[in-house]
Design a protein around this ligand. Structure first.
Ligand code: C2E
Ligand code: MG
Ligand code: MG
Length: 248
């Protein structure tokens, strides 16, 4: 794993985020490992290992550099200039004492507009480090970066803490989205509806992950969730394939 980065085996895939009018509004960058023997590996095969070993720190730095370079590149084209690029940051990276400075330096070095960068944090992070996390999040917001809470609805976030955090977006976890197909299970619908209402009450945007069917998307739209990411909108793709699928 330590060698994946120096051996240039890491790749970034891009997954589209669309609004209710099918406009491309953003993209999430997702890590892949082009393993010389085992083929293209997905994060569940290596992210936990990278977090345990600490390899995620230099890897995360690379992901951020690549994302900022892409922001700067896309800022030169009218059709991509407004896109937000979402980057996943794990607890191990976020906990680095110089994480905020690193983000600042990376943005500056690539001349990327901070408003185009969205950092995704996991719900677990909020519970683990309530006070320190909030201060760091405010420092990131001060740079002009946006913040999202990933996989929301799977953990047991303190709602009182959630209300104090400077989050721009709640991402509804795909397990909740999946439950929206089972129309005979009214509790799934009620949970999704409540999360959307909660996010809106707290002034946050809501994006649903793992949207695979039009039924799920339509339910979400009816209840005020107007941003979607999932196989219905498209799978994560290598940059070239992404650009030819979504851009002119
Ligand atoms: P995530 O941030 O929640 O990313 C969404 C995951 O859901 C992605 O899995 C994506 O491929 C998958 N997905 C999207 N739409 C659908 C759908 O309609 N149906 C289904 N079944 N799945 C869908 P992926 O790429 O395997 O990534 C898994 C996780 O690995 C990510 O979850 C994220 O937590 C982590 N990860 C990915 N890239 C990075 C990275 O650069 N740094 C860090 N620290 N973590 C990363
Ligand atoms: Mg994510
Ligand atoms: Mg997620």
């Amino acid at each position: 794993m330590q060698l994946a980065l120096p051996h240039q085996q890491l790749r970034l895939y891009y997954q589209a985020q669309l609004d209710h009018q099918h406009h491309l509004i953003g993209v999430e960058v997702l890590l892949r490992w082009a393993h010389p023997q085992r083929g293209m590996l997905e994060p569940h095969d290596f992210i936990a290992l990278a977090e345990e070993s600490g390899a995620i720190v230099p890897i995360g730095k690379w992901v951020l550099e690549m994302a900022c370079a892409q922001i700067a590149h896309w800022s030169k084209r009218a059709e991509t200039a407004a896109l937000q690029i979402a980057v996943n940051v794990s607890l191990r990276e976020f906990s680095q004492p110089d994480f905020v400075e690193q983000v600042q330096q990376t943005l500056a070095a690539s001349a990327a507009d901070p408003a185009r960068l969205l950092i995704e944090l996991k719900e677990s992070l909020i519970n683990l480090e309530p006070t320190g996390a909030a201060a760091k999040m405010r420092a990131l917001k001060a740079l002009g970066v946006s913040l999202a809470l990933d996989d929301f609805g799977t953990g047991v976030s303190s709602l009182a803490t959630l209300a104090t955090l400077p989050l721009d977006q709640l991402k509804i976890d795909r397990s909740l989205t999946a439950g929206l197909d089972a129309e005979r299970e009214p509790h799934n619908l009620l949970v999704a509806q409540s999360i959307i209402a909660l996010g809106h009450t707290l002034g946050m945007d809501i994006l649903a992950e793992g949207v695979e069917t039009e039924m799920q998307r339509a339910f979400l739209q009816r209840h005020g969730c107007l941003a979607y990411q999932g196989y219905l909108m498209g799978r994560p793709l290598a940059l070239e394939a992404f650009e030819s699928a979504y851009l002119q």
